[in-house]
Design a protein around this ligand. Structure first.
Ligand code: HEC
Length: 123
C-alpha cells in the first residue's frame, strides 16, 4: 500500500481542525465593497493603515493589514463577525477606556465594514 493511503486520513483530520476563513467570517448580506466606501466616508484612515484605502494612512491606531487572520479584536474580544460589527460601530461600549471612538455607522454599514476587514489577509 502506498504511503499516501496512510497519510490521507491524517491530512483530512488536520484540515478539519480549523474552518477556512470565509466560513468563520461568513457574513450573509454584507458587502465588502460597500464596506470600503463606508470606511472612506467615516474616516477610519485617519487612525489606521487600511490596505485598499489610498489615503490617509493614520498611525494612531494599529494597522489593519492582515486583520482577517487575527484571533482577537483589540487584544480582548473574539474576532467574530457580530463582535467586529459591534466594535467598529461603538468600541467604547465593548472595551471601556479604549482610544478607538464610536463611529457614525449604521448597523448595516458596520456589517459591511466588518466584511471588508475580513478580506484583509496577510500576503
Ligand atoms: C481616532 C482614531 C480612530 C479612528 C477614527 C478609528 N479607529 Fe479603530 N482603533 C483606534 C485605536 C486607538 C485602536 C486600538 C484600540 C484598543 O486596542 O483598545 C483601534 C482599534 C481598531 C480595531 C481593532 C484592531 C486590532 O488590531 O485589534 C479595528 C478593527 C478598528 N479599530 C477598526 C476601525 C474602523 C473600521 C474605523 C472606521 C469606522 C476605525 N477603526 C476608526 C483608533 C481609531
Amino acid at each position: 500500500m502506498s504511503a499516501l493511503y496512510l497519510f490521507m486520513p491524517f491530512a483530512l483530520l488536520l484540515a478539519s481542525c480549523q474552518p477556512p476563513p470565509d466560513e468563520r467570517h461568513h457574513m450573509p448580506k454584507a458587502s465588502a465593497a460597500r464596506g470600503l466606501d463606508a470606511i472612506e466616508r467615516a474616516g477610519c484612515g485617519a487612525c489606521h493603515l487600511i490596505p485598499g484605502l489610498d489615503w490617509p494612512e493614520g498611525r494612531l491606531g494599529p494597522s489593519l493589514q492582515g486583520f482577517a487572520g487575527q484571533g482577537l479584536i483589540a487584544g480582548r474580544l473574539p474576532n467574530r463577525p457580530d463582535m467586529l460589527a459591534a466594535f467598529v460601530r461603538d468600541a467604547p461600549a465593548l472595551v471601556p477606556g479604549t482610544a478607538m471612538p464610536a463611529m457614525p455607522l449604521s448597523e448595516g454599514e458596520s456589517r459591511d465594514v466588518a466584511a471588508y476587514l475580513y478580506t484583509l489577509e496577510l500576503r
